[in-house]
Structures are given as structure tokens and as C-alpha cells.
Design a protein around this ligand. Sequence first.
Ligand SMILES: C[S@@+](CC[C@H](N)C(=O)[O-])C[C@H]1O[C@@H](n2cnc3c(N)ncnc32)[C@H](O)[C@@H]1O
Length: 526
Amino acid sequence: LQTAQFIAKTSDNVPEGLTRHLQKALDIASGLDDYLEKMTTQESKPLAELYEKTISHDWEQVHKEGKTIFKLPKECITGHVEGQTLKMLIHMSQAKRVLEIGMFTGYGALSMAEGLPEDGCLVACELEPYLKDFAQPIFDKSPHGRKINVHTGPAMDTLKVSRGIREQFDMVFIDADKNNYINYYNFILDNNLLRLGGIICVDNSLFKAKVYLKDSTDDNALALREFNQFVCDDPRVEQVIIPLRDGISLIRRVSASKITDDEVFRGVKGRSILDRMRLDGKVAYVTGAGQGIGRAFAHALGEAGAKVAIIDADKDKAEAVTKELFLKGINAISITADISKPVDVQRMVDNIVSRWGAIHIGCNNAGINLNSASEDTSLEEWDQTFNVNLRGTFMCCQAAGRVMLKQGYGKIINTASMASLIVPHPQKQLSYNTSKAGVVKLTQTLGTEWIERGVCVNCISPGIVDTPLIHSESLRPLVQRWLSDIPAGRLAQVTDLQAAVVFLASDASDYMTGHNLVIEGGQSLW
Ligand SMILES: C[S@@+](CC[C@H](N)C(=O)[O-])C[C@H]1O[C@@H](n2cnc3c(N)ncnc32)[C@H](O)[C@@H]1O
């Protein structure tokens, strides 16, 4: 465009309109990169340092000194916008394991590592050992650097011999020698190194337009042209090419089988087992969600995609948990209610229905635990315990159940206790144990009565859960005693119960009802 503009300027009789449009085309084209840079989230400090170190390094000199096999152009670096794009893709695909082929100084690797969860890992293959030493000190400065594992040598050899690479990846970034792209790609797919639904990103796939310009003779451009066509025709994948920088191909592995096509192969309604446990669009409530198990349940249901009403008798606690959920992008409301009071229970249900139009998941978790020797147990203690643990749970089941039966769909999950099965000791808690045994029978009865109308009722029986209460002075001496009764050798953490509540709340458990899911580290078996 600049050349065209120069020609126009130095020629006679160029129409004014042509000059104006040339200028406009130039403004549009030349402003793009700058604008993308400015509007893209700032890079982290270690990334900025890596960029500076790469750009200011004398690569020619390093090559002359024999430290690198090839003369490496600093323009190799992916840079800010592409780095953030890769990081975004990692987040969006929720990748945990990433393979990079062609690391250079590690800008792309570190950008992607920043998007990985704490236990994520990125395996980078790089031909030049010099580059590993170049990148490592900056990786070490970043809290994400430890996720990166660099293998030096020709990437094809690394892929073939390295055991660490035998596991599947969620995302692969190919950015090395262009004529080998097709070999990397085929090796990855032929050896099942990319999980189903995983993504291969390929850099430079437009190769400065040479892939579609008819007169291209450049070997790399021709290799990429052939590669793009090959991928486009490959039934194992879907492809889009994004015209960012020099072009990034996004290639997603899909299932293509002519051998078998049933629900086991394809997934129920086309959803994989993990997708079937998602709760997107569902409305849930959790009673006793202000702390402990209820709080963990509320987080779990929200993380799985549900909107969650946080119910607690303590207004401040309910609001605090609601805020936590909101911070994680989960839709949540708080309702203060004492579930031993019929009016509160009905108000809670009405409130949720008027706000969200339905109740799909009801977690009746609120409960109390009072201790006394049975011969001394007062009727007040008995009534107080039963009013919350059994009568309250029944009222919640009934009020939410009426809504669910009308909808023809619902999942009720009651919190029972291991105490419904065994008599935990040495603490004395007659009314608690009996009330929780009642919760199990309530669950079984409702579960069988309502399943045909689309409502499943199940319960979870946790063992002894490690809550602040347990560390009180009176209970602390009992902990050692309990531990000796638990095959798992530890108390339950509230997080040990989260997967169970999501499973029971999801469509994956549609055939389960009246079940008491015991999670106690084996304690009831000893
Ligand atoms: C375009 S650069 C990679 C840029 C890098 N992805 C980034 O984020 O900055 C290409 C890199 O691939 C490496 N490379 C070239 N051929 C290779 C091969 N056969 N095996 C492994 N790495 C190779 C080069 O040494 C170079 O560092």
C-alpha cells in the first residue's frame, strides 16, 4: 500500500478519490496491530522481561559463536497479542496438559502456562539447547514457570522417545519447522496424543498470504499450503484459520467413526460423561450453606453451572457465601430462613421460584448435633434436634418436591450421616443418630414414591468431617480415637463430598433414587 501510495504521489493525473482511498486503506491496515496491542490485556512482568531479553539479544553473534545451530531471527517470538490469545484458548478449553513444538525463548510457553491451573503442565520441545538455558531463569521468576518442562533436540525424536509425551494433551501448539508440520500433526493424531475435543493451534498458517497467492514458490509457504489443505480434508478434525498476525489455525479433534454409533460411543444426547455432570441452567438451593458442608456443596453446584440460593439461619453467613460465589462468576442469592419453621421453608421455596422460575436441585443440608448421655437426654434436646434434622428436612423435601413434581423434574439431596448406619463413639448423641436414621428412611420413601414422576431423592452420609467445631477443646481429645477407626487414616474434608453432590444433582444419576451415598473413608466398615 505504501508503494502504491508512493506511485500515486509521484504520478500525474491520479484522481483525488484514489489517493484518498489509498490513504484510508493504509490507515486501516497500519493501525490494526497497534490497536490490538493496546486493547489486549497487559502481559505479566516475567513475560515483558522475556520479550525485552529476546529482542535485545544478539542472535547473530550467538550463532557465530556456535552456541545455536541456526541463526534465529528475533521475530520468531510470538509476542504479546498472540501470547494472550494462546492463554485465552487455554482458559476457554480448560486445558491442563499442553504440548508446544518449537519454544524459541519461551514467550508462548510462559503465556500458556499462565493460563493453566496449578497442577497443569506444559511440555515444550525445542531444537536448540541454548534456548532452554536462555528461558529458564525467567521461567524461574514466574510462579507459573514450574509448570513448564523443556525437552531439547529435534521435536520428532522427542515425540517418539520421550515417555513424558506418551500421555494425552488437551492442547498442542505447533510453531517449529514448517515442512514438518504435517508430520507432527499426523504423529499426534495417529498416536492418540490429543484428547477428543482437544485443540491443535498452528502458527504462521497464512504465511504472509503466500499460502493463497498463486505465484508463491517459497518452500515453507508451499508446505503450509499443503498442510492447510490436508487438515481441511481430514475427517478427524474441524479447522478454522484466524487471520491474527501470520495466521493461527485452530484444529479441533472430533469423533468420526463409521464402526459404531450408539449412546455409549457418542454419549447420551451427544454429551460426554463429564458434560453429563454439568448443571448449566439448573436452579439449586442449599440449606445450611453459610458454612461447612453446605458452603462446599453450594460452591460445587455453582462451579458445575447451577444458579444457587444460599439458605442459612445466619443472615451474615448466607450473604458472605453468596458473595464468594458471585466472585467466581456464579449466579447466587441469599435467603435467611430457619428450616424448622414451616413459614420460612415455604417463603424460601416461593422466593426461589419467583426469582428463577423453577427449582431443579434441592440440597437439604441444615442440621444440628447436640450431645448428651441417653439417660439424660432431655425432650427439649430431642425435639430441637428432630425439628431441624428430620421435621425440617421433611418440610423442605415436601415444599421443594411439590414444585419439582409439577415440573416433572427434580433432584433432592439430603444430608444424612454415617451415624445413620453405625453408632459413632465415644460421643453420645442419641437424638442426632436417630434423626439421621430418619433422614435415610425419609429419603428412601420419597425416593421410591416420586421417581416415576421425575423426582429423584437421595442422601449423602458423611463420616466425621474436619470442621472448626472438631477442634474445640471438648472434641479435640476424641480426634485421635476417631482416627484409629478410619481406614483412610484421616477425617473427611468438606471437599471430599463435593463430587457426590454434583453427581446426584446431575442427569448422570437419573437412575438413582432412595440411595444413601456413604462417604466416610471406610469408617462404617471397621
Ligand atoms: C517460531 S519459533 C517458536 C516461537 C515460540 N513458539 C514462541 O512462543 O516465541 C520456532 C522455534 O522452533 C525451533 N525448531 C525448529 N525446528 C525444530 C525441530 N525440528 N524441533 C524442535 N524445535 C525446532 C526453532 O529452534 C525455534 O526456536
